[in-house]
Design a protein around this ligand. Structure first.
Ligand code: ADE
Length: 231
């Protein structure tokens, strides 16, 4: 999978992808990550990427031309590509959407900044507009990292299939609690069932715990609300 991230802050992406699982996926060549400076696609002396909004109002709006030129330049015509614009005004990201992106060979991610991005980028350039949640961040860079991380770990070979199948959301419930040694720590004991060696009882306990947790923290997941987590 090839990923191109278009941003005015390419340096922000250095450390998140230089560690651990993502780093290994890049080293193994399972993902090709290309961080692109949007200013590369400006032609004026000041390398301007934003301008005042038509109609007035506060703040600046990101200009359309650099985004269009970036996508034209980066799009590999022999790959199945999707262009994603990150915006708090988009469809909310979830595990189902992460999985759906696996169908593409190239994903071009556009990070917005300032008050917003010219509407023509939304309407005529992006295939999908994605929000990572109902809160407003200073830009699309952190959301791009979230999306990229969620996607990379689903790519076959990046982590074991067991981990992705067992975890939260894969079965429509939050994940069951995990424990490791020591069995007793400062008076806090690991539930006896986990030490029993009885795999059937352990599986039943885990299922019950997952249900209890989901009921407490995410009762919405127990109804099919179309969010994709009950697949
Ligand atoms: N840019 C600013 N806030 C955002 C959010 N919540 N999701 C995606 N992009 C954003």
């Amino acid at each position: 999978m090839r990923m191109d991230i278009v941003t005015i802050f390419p340096d922000m992406f250095k450390s998140p992808f230089a560690e651990s699982i993502v780093k290994r996926a890049l080293e193994k060549g399972l993902v090709e990550l290309n961080i692109v400076d949007l200013r590369r696609y400006t032609h004026d002396k000041h390398r301007q990427v934003d301008d005042a909004p038509y109609g007035g109002g506060p703040g600046m709006v990101m200009k359309p031309e650099p985004f269009f030129e970036a996508v034209e330049d980066l799009k590999n015509p022999s790959l199945k590509t999707v262009v994603v614009l990150l915006s708090p005004a988009g469809e909310v990201f979830n595990q189902r959407m992460a999985r759906s992106f696996l169908a593409y060979e190239q994903i071009i991610i556009l990070c917005g900044r300032y008050e917003g991005v010219d509407e023509r980028v939304h309407q005529h350039l992006a295939d999908k507009i994605v929000s990572i949640g109902d809160y407003v961040l200073t830009g699309g860079e952190l959301p791009a990292m979230v999306l990229t991380d969620a996607l990379i770990r689903l790519i076959p070979g990046v982590i074991t299939a067991d981990s992705t199948a067992e975890e939260s959301f894969a079965e429509g419930l939050l994940e069951y609690p995990h424990y490791t040694r020591p069995a007793s720590y400062r008076g806090m004991d690991v539930p006896a069932v986990l030490l029993s060696g009885d795999h059937k009882r352990i599986a039943a306990w885990r299922k019950e715990q997952a249900l209890k947790r989901t009921l407490k923290y995410r009762p919405d997941l127990l109804e099919d609300n179309g969010s994709g987590v009950l697949d």
